[in-house]
Design a binder for this molecule. Structure first.
Ligand code: AP5
Ligand code: MG
Length: 209
C-alpha cells in the first residue's frame, strides 16, 4: 500500500506517521526529516536545504524529487511506503506519478487557528524524532520512548511558521483538489486527540487494504 500523508505544517503528519508506520509496517519517509539529517551531517544537500527551511520556504522541486525517487527504490519500499510531507507542489505530484503509483492520500484537515500554538510549543526528540507539545510535557526535557534529549526545531518560531503556512496555502493546498479529482483522497478531521485522529485514519486505510 502506497500512502501519502497531506496536511498543513502542524496538522499532525509526523505524529500520525509514527503510528501508521508501525501498524501497517510501512517505512515512514519524511522529506523534512531527510533534510534535517542532511543539515546535521553538513552535506551539500543539507547546506542548500537549510537556506530554504530557515526561511520557511520549499526546497526546489528537482532536489526534493530526486531524493524521494532514490529512496523509493530501496528494498524496504517494495511492499509500500508512507510519504510524509511529499509531494508538496503539483509539480512534485506529477513527477511522483512517473515513478510510483499512489493508492491513497490521507489529508489531515485542520483549522489554521490551531497551528501556530501547536508548532511553537512542539519539542522533538533528537534521537528518535518523536514529537511532543510543551503543554503535555510537565517540564520534562527527555523523550518518553527512548530517553533522548528534546529540542525545539529552528523553523518553529512565529515568523517562520507564518511563512510556512503561507507557502502551504499557495503551493500545497492545491494538491487537495488534484487528488480529489483522481478519487484517491480521504479527508480526516485533525482537531481531535492524536488517538481520535489515528482511529479515523485506520478506518480509512482498512477500507482500502
Ligand atoms: P516538515 O518537517 O515536513 O514540516 P511541516 O510540513 O511544516 O510539518 P511539521 O513537521 O511542522 O508538522 P506535522 O504535520 O508533522 O506535525 P506534528 O505531528 O509534528 O518540513 C520542514 C521543511 O522542509 C519545509 O518547510 C520545507 O522547507 C522542507 N521540505 C520538506 N518537504 C519538502 C518538499 N516535499 N518539498 C520542498 N521542501 C520540503 O505535530 C505538531 C505539534 O502538534 C506537535 O507538538 C504535536 O505534539 C502536536 N499535535 C499533533 N497532533 C495533535 C493533536 N491531534 N492534538 C493536539 N496536538 C497535536
Ligand atoms: Mg512533521
Amino acid at each position: 500500500m502506497n500512502v501519502i500523508l497531506l496536511g498543513a505544517p502542524g496538522a499532525g503528519k509526523g505524529t500520525q506517521a509514527t503510528r501508521i508506520s508501525s501498524r501497517y509496517n510501512l517505512p515512514h519517509i519524511s522529506t523534512g526529516d531527510i533534510f534535517r539529517a542532511n543539515i546535521k551531517n553538513q552535506t551539500e544537500i543539507g547546506v542548500l536545504a537549510k537556506s530554504y527551511i530557515d526561511k520557511g520556504q520549499l526546497v526546489p522541486d528537482e532536489v526534493t524529487c530526486k531524493i524521494v525517487e532514490n529512496r523509493l527504490i530501496e528494498k524496504d519500499c517494495e511492499n509500500g511506503y508512507l510519504l510524509d510531507g511529499f509531494p508538496r507542489t503539483i509539480a512534485q505530484a506529477e513527477v511522483l506519478e512517473k515513478f510510483s503509483k499512489v493508492d491513497c492520500v490521507i489529508n489531515i484537515d485542520i483549522d489554521f487557528s490551531f497551528l501556530m500554538e501547536r508548532l511553537c510549543g512542539r519539542r522533538v526528540c533528537k534521537n528518535c524524532g518523536e514529537s511532543y507539545h510543551v503543554s503535555t510535557l510537565n517540564g520534562k526535557t527527555s523523550c518518553e520512548k527512548c530517553g533522548g534529549e528534546l529540542y525545539q526545531r529552528k523553523d518553529d518560531n512565529p515568523e517562520t511558521v507564518q511563512s510556512r503556512l503561507n507557502v502551504y496555502e499557495n503551493q500545497t493546498a492545491p494538491l487537495i483538489d488534484y487528488y480529489t479529482r483522481k478519487g484517491i483522497i480521504v479527508n480526516v478531521a485533525g482537531a481531535g486527540t492524536p488517538e481520535e485522529v489515528f482511529a479515523l485514519i485506520v478506518k480509512a486505510l482498512d477500507s482500502i487494504k
